[in-house]
Design a protein around this ligand. Structure first.
Ligand code: G4P
Length: 523
């Protein structure tokens, strides 16, 4: 049966998982892919686990450190929905990449380790989702281990993150005494480590079990019933509207590793998660079901496959339908292009895509055409989607080629990696020294590694420490004001800025030169 374009769009669910490293993102992702039939065995998502899917040389760093620094896109179908999971790097130094990925999703799943509660990285990522007002679904993981009490965890959500919560289910016991979950939404109890046939027990209209079930003998059952009554009376009310506007998070308890509560989570999530949402552009909101194709580049990654040395621009489709060979215009330059080479992702097994609609992510082979934040459209009107947030670099190094004879590969590498958004580039006036800026130290390490492995360029990096960048007007450039405490440089668009050594240097400078307006467009 042919499904209409509109139905196709409405079936999309595009989300990212946000969490602190080790909370169980990989484990949960794998279980979801297993349900979707996208993979056949657990342990296939990350190179770290099997070594089989190491997609690029520089992932060696990731393997050595046991962290995930790459993002990929995974797609599967479940219960008539087409689900796109956008993976995000877990390490905090790569939060820039993660932030941009969060601009491309319609909802987020937040995983919390029941023993650790809400951790630093989760708070940061949560804030980005909050800012966008997207729905956030919470999965509290590792219930098979002793952790904080469920009431404590809910209190943390409200106190630390300031979000209201509605527990969709409630654990009965925990750790060694984990008996299962009381499913408030489906009016049933799901028993832990019980065969499928007997796993689900129906609740009566008073929300209790009728009949002779062993679980009723346990005092933990009574305790759970009591807590549920408390929640019914004093807890937040379930509100689809508040879930949709991101002020109320539905909470699910479970254990990804033992695959408990995951299917229930997936099914309920798919029911309440939004289909592709309208996107803000300079001409107003663009509807996902509008026929004209449009999308924006949220990520560029080079050399994903060492055998091809290719570069891929990840595009989130915001309206219309992508078809192979179609003609589009790049709004920034007005350049027309034929999109003949494209790819869609599943774990790391890339397959060619012929058609995709709003909500989907496509990868376009890129020969240096695209920049992060670019809009492409098939329409005559050159629309521009909202700018993606940029993050102010805090750490800086001076960089040069070790071998002066290899300037060409040095420049090529730097330019490509800068275009990818992997790192920020600045140049000093006159001497044209290269200075790199990053949010975290690991970005420099990956830069160095990739320069060597992908561009055959050894680099010398000399730390100049942390700096505070502030931009100035072009007509106020005065090289005599440049010093080691306020270094005058230009960014990659030739816009002038000072790198101040610290707050003190910044204040001193603005007191001394009140006529110079200092700004930070990234904030
Ligand atoms: P991440 O991607 O968020 O960093 O977390 P990941 O899924 O890799 O999980 C981190 C660790 O937590 C893994 O153990 C994983 O097996 C464990 N884990 C995930 N979910 C659960 C759960 O529901 N219960 C329990 N008890 N453990 C869970 P590891 O020993 O660090 O890694 P591995 O060597 O087993 O892969």
């Amino acid at each position: 049966m042919m499904t209409s374009f509109k139905d196709e769009v409405l079936s999309r669910r595009t989300f990212a998982i946000i969490s602190h490293p080790d909370a169980g993102k990989t484990t949960l992702t794998e279980q979801l892919l297993l349900f979707g039939g996208a993979i056949r065995a657990a342990g296939t998502v990350k190179g770290k686990k099997t070594g089989k899917f190491a997609t690029s040389d520089w992932m060696e760093i990731e393997k050595q450190r046991g962290i995930s620094v790459t993002s990929s896109v995974m797609q599967f179908e479940y219960a008539g929905k087409r689900v796109n999971i956008l993976d995000t790097p877990g390490h905090q130094d790569f939060s820039e990449d993660t932030y941009r990925t969060l601009m491309a999703v319609d909802s987020a799943v937040m995983i919390i380790d029941a023993a650790k509660g809400i951790e630093a990285q989760t708070i940061k990522l949560f804030k980005v989702c909050r800012m966008r007002g997207i729905p956030i679904f919470t999965f509290i993981n590792k219930l098979d281990r002793q952790g904080k009490t469920p009431l404590e965890l809910l209190a943390e959500l409200e106190e630390v993150l300031g979000i209201e919560s509605y527990p969709m289910n409630w654990p009965i016991g925990m750790g060694k005494e984990f008996l299962g979950i009381y499913d408030r939404y489906h009016h049933r109890i799901e028993q832990f480590r019980v065969e499928e046939d007997d796993r689900f027990l129906p609740l009566n209209e008073n929300g209790e079990l009728d009949g002779n079930y062993g679980i009723k003998e346990n005092t933990l059952y009574d305790q759970a019933i009591e807590e549920i009554m408390l929640l019914d009376e004093a807890g937040n009310e379930f509100s689809e509207e508040n879930i949709a506007n991101g002020t109320l998070t539905p909470v699910f308890f479970g254990s990804a590793l033992t695959n408990f509560g995951v299917q229930t989570f997936l099914e309920t999530y798919l029911q309440f998660a939004p289909s592709p949402q309208p996107r803000k552009a300079d001409v107003g909101e663009i509807e996902p079901t509008s026929e004209e194709f449009s999308g924006f580049v949220f990520k560029i990654q080079a050399n994903m496959n060492p055998a091809h040395r290719d570069r891929i621009a990840f595009v989130r489709i915001c309206s219309g339908k992508f078809e192979r060979g179609m003609n589009v215009t790049l709004s920034r330059t007005g350049k027309q292009m034929k999109l003949s080479q494209s790819t869609q992702f599943l774990a790391d097994d890339r397959s060619t895509v012929d058609a995709a609609v709003s909500g989907d992510i496509i990868g376009l082979y890129d020969t240096g055409t695209y920049q992060i934040g670019d809009t492409i459209t098939s329409g005559k009107n050159l629309i521009h989607f909202e700018k993606l947030p940029q993050f102010t670099p805090e750490l800086f190094v001076r960089v040069s080629a070790k071998n002066v004879m290899k300037q060409k590969s040095f420049h090529k590498g730097i330019n490509q990696l800068v275009q990818e958004g992997a790192i920020q580039l600045y140049r000093t006036y006159r001497t044209e020294d290269y200075i790199l800026g990053a949010v975290g130290q690991l970005q420099f390490e990956v830069f160095e590694h990739r320069m060597k492995n992908e561009y055959n360029s050894d680099v010398i990096m000399e730390s100049i420490g942390s700096k505070i960048p502030r931009w100035i007007d072009e007509d106020q450039v005065d090289e005599s004001l440049s010093s080691s405490r306020s270094l005058l440089v230009k960014d990659r668009y030739d816009k002038p800025l000072f790198l101040f050594e610290n707050d003190f240097a910044l204040r001193w400078f603005s007191d001394k030169h009140p006529e110079i307006k200092l700004s930070n467009p990234m904030e």
